[in-house]
Design a protein around this ligand. Sequence first.
Ligand code: ATP
Ligand code: MG
Length: 435
Amino acid sequence: MLRTHYSNQISPDMDGETVTVAGWVYELRDFGGVKFIILRDRQGYIQIVIPRKRVSEDVLETFGKLTKESVVSVSGTVKKSDKAKAGFEILPEKIEVLNLAETPLPMDVSGKIESEMDTRLDNRFIDLRQDKVRAIFMLRDLFLTGIRNFMKENQFVEINTPKIAAAGAEGGASLFPVQYFDQWAFLTQSPQLYKQMLMASSLDKVFEIGPAFRAEPSDTSRHLSEFTSFDFEMAYISDYNDVMDLAENMLVETLKYVKKNGKPWLEILERDIEIPKTPFPRIKFEDAKGMLESDGRRVGNDLSTEDEKALGKIMAEKGHIAYFITDYPEEEKPFYIMENDENPGYSFAIDLDYYGEELASGGQREHRYNRLVSRMKKKNLDPKNFEFYLKAFKYGMPPHGGVGLGFERMVMKALNLKNIREVVLFPRDQWRLVP
Ligand code: ATP
Ligand code: MG
C-alpha cells in the first residue's frame, strides 16, 4: 500500500517511528529555509516539515514541482512538535508524486471562498474534498446504518424490489417512461405495490432503502427526480397507531445513533442534532385545519406547503419538531389507503411532518380485495393494469400498514441544511443529468 497510517492513526508518542502517509496537497508554505506541505487524507491533516538542511535534494526538488491538490505519498519520521496543530509533524525521507494536479483548480477546496451550488455539483469530486461536504456524507452514511440497525432489531427484513415496472403506484403524471425491449415500462415512483404484496408472503415485516423516481418539474429545494426512499410495511397491525409507533421510534433512535456516533463530523459542520420530544403529537387533519384557521389561514381539503410550514411554527412553539397528521380526507389519498367507515369521507392516512415539512406518508392499507378494487375505480384506475398486485389480496392478505419516507429530507432537516442537493452525491433534477 501507498500508506501505512491515516492522519488520525499517528500521535506525538510515536516520535521517531517511520510512517508512510498519502493524500492530497492541501497547502504549500515556503519560508525559504523551511518549507511545509499540509497533506489532507480522509481523516484529517498532517504537517510535513521540510527544513532545507535536513532533507535530501530529491525532496526539495519534488517540493518545487508540487501544485495544490496533487496526490502524494510521503515516507518519513514522526517528530513530536508543540508548534504543529496535531502535536507532531513528519520529516520526509521520500516524497512520491502519484499524480500532479493541473492549475488553476475549478473551485476552491479550502472552504474560504464559497462556490455556487452549480459549480460545486459540476465538480463534485473536488467539492467532496472540503471538510464540511465530506462531513455531510459521512453523516449520511451513519443515518443509513442507524435506520438499518433499528429496523433489524425490530425483526424487519431488508428487501430490494424492482425499479423498472409496468404500472405506477402514485399516479401517472410523474412517471419516467423507459423503452423496455418492445414495450414501454416505467421507473418506479415507490416500492408501494411490491412491499404490500409481500405482506401476503411469510416476510410480514419488510423495509427497503432504495431509489425512487419522480418526473417532478417543480424547482424546489426539497424535490429531486431521483431520491432515496426509506419504506417499511408491517402486517398484523391493530390500526395505524402501530405504524406511527414504529415510525416515531425509528426517527428518534436513528437521530440518537447519528448524534452519538457522528460527533467529529457534527463538530466540523457546527451542527447539533435535536432529538424530537416523544410521544409525537398525533393530530387529526380536521384539528390541524382548525389550528391553522384560528391562526387566520384558509385551508382546503389538503395541507399546502405553506400550511405545513405554518403548522410547523405553531407546533414548534409548543415544543414539537416532529408530529403526525392523521385522518386525511380519503379523496386526497391514494387508492391503497383504507377509508374510515366510522367517519365517512376520511381515511387512515398519516403524514409525518418534521420541522414544518412533510417527511413521510403512509397509513393503514386497504387489505380487503373488493374494497380495494372499488377504491381503484373511484380513483379512475383500471384494475386490469394492477392484476399482478390485486392477486396477492385474494389468497390470504393480513391487515397491514407502512410508510414511505424521503431519506434525503430526513438528513437535510436533521442537519439543518437548506437544499436537498447538499445531501445527494450526484443529484438529478429537471436541469441536471450530468455528472
Ligand atoms: P411532497 O408533497 O412533499 O411532494 P409527496 O406527498 O408527493 O411529497 P409521497 O408520495 O408521500 O410524496 O412520498 C413519500 C415521501 O418521499 C415524501 O414524504 C417525501 O419525504 C419523499 N419525496 C417524495 N417526492 C420526493 C422528491 N421528488 N424528492 C425527494 N423526496 C421526495
Ligand atoms: Mg405524501
